[in-house]
Design a protein around this ligand. Structure first.
Ligand code: ADP
Ligand code: MG
Length: 550
């Protein structure tokens, strides 16, 4: 048998289009070809499990080899292979995939197939001047065939010799893409895209340093962990397993604070583990660490627009076959599955934080400082999250006590109310610099919060907007004097009337004449600090304070 034909596309010029525009990144050809090999292997496993394949499955592995002299990269599998008809159907017709048919037929067996669109294979032409497919189907008596195409719409298909079941994809790398013939390059790409694929991916032998140079050992260089933590049942994992997996993902990071194991199968499929990292005071450096997978194939770690903004501060893995692999970011953002996934993750994150808060408040409080920025960012950017987070968002007072919003309200409501009936939340933004003001307030029996974080000014205006009759006031502002004070016997000012009137005169004399009508003078004990303070109103406050210190 030997055949020539024209690839089934409507336009003769599809190849230049594929080469240039289908994928922004040339390197993903390797992901596509290896994931096809994995799919073929998974299909064979499924067929064996339902008894449609009765032979020996043998060692099901995918091997990747480079031949620098021949300028080829070969990806070989021992999966289902293809008959001549299947090559004509699936390879010759662009955008024709066997994935859907297969999934439909074996849907009860939960086969996880990566393929989707029938476009992946052609990405090999982004880096190849010719691609050969040498394949033999698992079916009894199937003949091996070799398909070959140089990137024009013409292909050849002929009988060939192949002893083993499965497929070899041989990519003849073109001049422009010689970098892909480097061992390190391919190993780094395999590590990036294939690190958690469910079938062993072997790339040469492990190497070791010996006699002054790197040398092959006898051990196969397996790229991937075929059963990453997120694919296991939470009940089968210990804390240490989660931490080990975290270190595998982010070798240089501090230990995570908490994690969430996601596992959904309705109305969409989603698994994954999300970790709460310790958030340092720089939000921007923390972003884009979540890795997105589709059936254990790495897709991207640029998840902005896919998950709500604040969740990009989390680390970990999300795996969903419902997140399409090969589409643009703007498409992803409008995809309804992606939207549902986002909403679900937000809910799970809130559930988890609430659960830890309820079950183990002291741990939660201990970690609050590292968690606070994340929670605040979520509250500020996501209404739904705000509603949930009001249950576990904590305010810290000057002594380090932590309160929920409700608890704190109860604490100060009867004590710190201004003349308009607003409950006044006093806060310090800098406890050192505002020390004397803090002391003045606490001496009066008021509570003072510490709000010195990166997002605290935003949180303050949000809480003022959201909570009824709530007014946040800096501890060094003048409003504090207008609060309806608790009874405090020690606040009696020990000055005689004569002393008072002479002091009033003294202060008035220091004011320019035209400003006199804008202020009034009153006396107040500062407790241990000083005997009296000058009270003024409005814009002259700072000036008057300076004067009082003269
Ligand atoms: P998809 O993977 O989305 O189905 P591809 O363009 O990557 O699309 O592949 C098209 C089809 O070619 C696959 O659906 C499969 O039927 C067939 N195919 C590709 N590679 C292999 C392989 N290594 N073994 C068996 N079949 C393959
Ligand atoms: Mg594919």
């Amino acid at each position: 048998m030997s055949k020539k034909g024209t690839i089934g596309v409507t336009s003769d010029n599809i190849f230049p289009v594929i080469k240039k525009f289908l994928y922004s990144d040339h390197e993903i050809f390797l992901r596509e070809i290896v994931s096809n090999a994995v799919d073929a292997t998974q299909k064979l496993r499924t067929l064996a499990s339902v008894g449609e394949f009765k032979g020996e499955t043998g060692d099901l592995r995918v091997t990747v080899t480079i031949d620098e002299a021949a300028r080829t990269i070969t990806v070989s599998d021992r999966g289902v292979g293809m008959t001549e008809e299947e090559v004509e159907k699936y390879i010759n017709q662009i955008a024709f995939s066997s994935a859907e048919e297969f999934l439909e037929k074996y849907k009860d067996d939960k086969a996880a197939i990566i393929g989707h669109f029938g476009l992946g294979f052609y990405s090999a032409f982004m880096v190849s001047e010719r691609v050969d497919v040498i394949t033999r189907s698992f079916r009894d008596g199937a003949e091996a065939v070799k398909w070959s195409c140089d990137g024009s719409p013409e292909f050849t298909l002929e009988a060939t010799d192949k002893a083993e079941r499965g497929t070899d994809i041989v990519m003849h790398i073109d001049e422009e893409n010689s970098e892909f013939l480097g061992r390190e390059k391919i190993e780094s790409l395999l590590t990036k895209y294939c690190k958690f694929l469910p079938v062993p991916i072997i790339f040469g032998k492990k190497q070791e340093w010996k006699n002054g140079k790197m040398q092959d050992t006898d051990e196969d260089n397996q790229i991937n962990d075929t059963h990453p933590a997120w694919t296991k049942k939470p009940a089968d994992l210990k804390d240490e397993d989660y931490k080990t997996f975290y270190r595998a993902l982010y070798p240089m990071s501090d230990e995570p604070l908490f994690w969430i194991h996601l596992n959904v199968d309705y109305p969409f499929n989603l698994t994954g583990i999300l970790y709460f990292p310790k958030i340092k005071n720089n939000l921007e450096l923390q972003r884009n660490k979540i890795q997105l997978y589709s059936n254990q194939v790495y897709v991207t770690d640029e998840v902005q627009g896919i998950v709500p903004d604040f969740l990009t501060l989390l680390h970990g893995v999300i795996d969903s076959p419902d997140i399409p692999l090969n589409v643009s970011r703007s498409y992803l953002q409008s995809d309804s599955n992606v939207k549902k996934i986002s909403a679900h993750i937000t809910k799970k994150v809130a559930d988890r934080l609430e659960e830890i808060f309820k079950n183990d408040r002291s741990t939660f409080e201990e970690k609050w400082d590292s968690l606070r920025l994340f929670v605040q960012y979520g509250m500020l950017t996501d209404e739904k999250f705000y509603d949930r987070a009001t249950k576990f968002f904590l305010l810290s007072d000057i002594e380090g006590h932590k309160y929920t919003l409700d608890e704190y309200r109860t604490l100060i409501e009867g004590v710190q109310t201004d003349r308009d009936g607003q409950v006044v939340y006093l806060y310090a933004t800098d406890r050192e610099a505002q020390y004397s003001h803090v002391k003045r307030a606490t001496d009066k029996g008021y509570s003072v919060l510490v709000l010195d974080g990166q997002l605290d000014t935003h949180t303050v205006s949000q809480l003022e907007r959201k909570l009824e009759k709530t007014h946040f006031v800096r501890v060094d502002s003048d409003t504090i004097n207008n609060l309806i004070r608790k009874e405090q016997p020690s606040s009696e000012v020990k000055l005689s009337d004569v002393e008072r009137s002479s002091l009033i005169k003294l202060f008035e004399a220091r004011l320019p004449r035209e400003e006199k009508k804008h202020f009034n003078v009153a006396f107040e004990s500062l407790g241990t600090e000083a005997e009296a303070v000058l009270i003024t109103q409005g814009e002259f406050m700072r000036r008057m304070r300076d004067m009082a210190q003269l």
